[in-house]
Design a protein around this ligand. Structure first.
Ligand code: ATP
Length: 245
């Protein structure tokens, strides 16, 4: 990180395991405040494991996660397939639950909450879906509602696992815009991506996971200038090289 830049999330010699098998080790690095960092790596490289470690859902085998963002301002958006959205709840109700971490689930909402909920839905183009049950939404509509929940939460740290999977092109554009706006507001965003075009449009920084290790680089280095960074990202993403069959 350049001088003068700040970070509320640092990984210090972090080692994470699944079922007692080490997945990542000696992970050292800082996520810059207000930057969008892409997390890339082949299937099984440890992207979800790292997210679980950062969110405190997986206890480190060694090292630590140093995070000064309050717990109620940390948000995680898992892969869509991991979510059960069949329970009876409307889009507006889902968005409003974003206020629970700071306000509490049992206190009820005041006019300010409803006003903010309406602003959030308008920003994401889902006002017309406010009373639609979640089970009746398309993948893109659902993803907009879930991002709306994190806006309602006023998240300062946002982790997203493949947010553009199974969503329509228009939703990709809306989400890209909102994520850039959130970063401009100082939110630290970490996003698991498999698509280099999306990486080019979204991320400034990149963490490449490969063979149990993490390497910090920039999107520019991955996409243009440094062949070694591009090569390792290509390998990590499982993209065949020139001449490969
Ligand atoms: N609950 C679990 N129990 C045992 N092993 C697990 C568990 N979750 C993940 N693993 C293993 O840990 C390793 C890292 O998995 P992880 O899900 O973090 O990878 P990933 O990079 O997110 O993969 P993908 O791109 O396929 O989502 C893999 O070898 C996986 O099989």
């Amino acid at each position: 990180m350049a001088e003068g830049q700040t970070s509320r999330l640092e990984l210090v010699d972090l080692q994470l395991a699944q079922a007692n098998r080490t997945v990542l080790e000696h992970v050292d690095g800082r996520f810059r405040d207000g930057a969008i960092t892409a997390l890339v790596g082949a299937n099984g490289a440890g992207k979800s494991t790292l997210i679980q470690g950062i969110m405190g859902m997986l206890r480190p085998m060694a090292g630590k996660v140093v995070c000064s963002v309050p717990k109620e301002r940390r948000a995680w958006l898992p892969q869509q397939l991991a979510l059960d959205l069949t329970f009876p709840m409307s889009v507006e109700e889902l968005v409003m639950t974003g206020s629970w971490p700071s306000h509490g689930a049992l206190k009820g909402y005041c006019a300010r909450h409803y006003r903010r909920g309406r602003e959030v839905m308008a920003r994401l183009g889902i006002s017309h879906l406010a009373h639609r049950p979640l089970g009746e939404l398309s993948g893109g509509q659902r993803q907009r509602a879930l991002i709306g929940r994190t806006l309602m939460q006023e998240a300062e740290l946002l982790l997203l696992d493949e947010p553009f999977a199974n969503v329509d092109a228009e939703t990709v554009e809306v989400l890209m815009t909102v994520l850039h706006e959130m970063a401009a507001d100082g939110v630290t965003i970490i996003v698991v991506l498999h698509d280099m075009e999306q990486l080019a449009r979204l991320a400034e920084e990149v963490v490449v996971l490969h063979q149990g290790h993490a390497r910090w680089t920039t999107a520019q280095a991955v996409l243009h200038s440094q062949p070694t960074a591009a090569e390792s990202a290509r390998l990590a993403l499982g993209i065949p090289g020139v001449g490969a069959c």
